[in-house]
Write a protein that binds this ligand. Structure first.
Ligand SMILES: C[S@@+](CC[C@H](N)C(=O)[O-])C[C@H]1O[C@@H](n2cnc3c(N)ncnc32)[C@H](O)[C@@H]1O
Length: 190
């Protein structure tokens, strides 16, 4: 788990056995939007170290977790070590039985410190998550995708509005103070 000194969600995650403080963001979004259902197939992009996958698996979902980093195995979770920008990931996903009910993306690029570059890379990952939603989400399915506030945000949201019945932008209380992150919560894949 990444260290965020004296952060209350970091301490809570250690105490409650979650692999990352990020787990609370998904728990809060699920509390608000009721996204996770037992038996559903969930695709978790940028899953390591595994907090979101852990939450989804605890709710009874069958999870496919994708990250370019390795992560410790979790019960009920199939982990694919892959870069989501690599087209070969799609072959692996096509080999799975059935499409997904829910796509999660908490992917974040390696930060360079140059705000415009980081923002553009984050938007690139969000667009890639939407590409995969287009191909691998079943009709009626949902998505939660991390974005950064800024110039590219309206374009990502506009594209999502063309793909889903409902799209909202939500900042869970557990987000890092001062962070530009916001989550696009999309429901009802058209
Ligand atoms: C904020 S962490 C995710 C935390 C996770 N949701 C959790 O609850 O533990 C972002 C992850 O995105 C992954 N990531 C970033 N770019 C990626 C890419 N192109 N392909 C696959 N994973 C990527 C990173 O390796 C990192 O593990």
């Amino acid at each position: 788990m990444r260290k965020v000194p004296r952060d209350r969600y970091y301490r809570k995650a250690l105490k409650e056995g979650y692999r990352s403080r990020a787990a609370y963001k998904l728990l809060q979004m699920d509390g608000r939007f009721h996204l996770l259902r037992p038996g559903d197939m969930v695709l978790d992009l940028g899953a390591a170290p595994g907090g979101w996958s852990q939450v989804a698996a605890q709710r009874g979902a069958r999870v496919v977790a994708v990250d370019r980093a390795e992560m410790e195995p979790l019960p009920g979770v199939l982990h694919l070590v892959a870069d989501v920008l690599d087209p070969s990931l799609e072959e692996a996903l096509q080999g799975l039985p059935g499409k997904f009910h829910l796509l999660l993306s908490d992917m974040a690029p390696k930060f360079t410190g140059a705000r415009a570059t980081d923002h553009a890379r984050q938007a690139g990952l969000a667009h890639r998550a939407l590409d995969l939603a287009q191909k691998f989400l079943r009709p009626g399915g949902g998505a939660v995708i991390k974005l950064f506030r800024g110039a590219e945000e309206p374009g990502v949201a506009r594209r999502a509005r063309g793909m889903f019945q409902s799209v909202r932008l939500y900042e869970p209380p557990a987000k890092q103070q001062g962070s530009a992150e916001v989550y696009l919560v999309a429901e009802g894949r058209l």
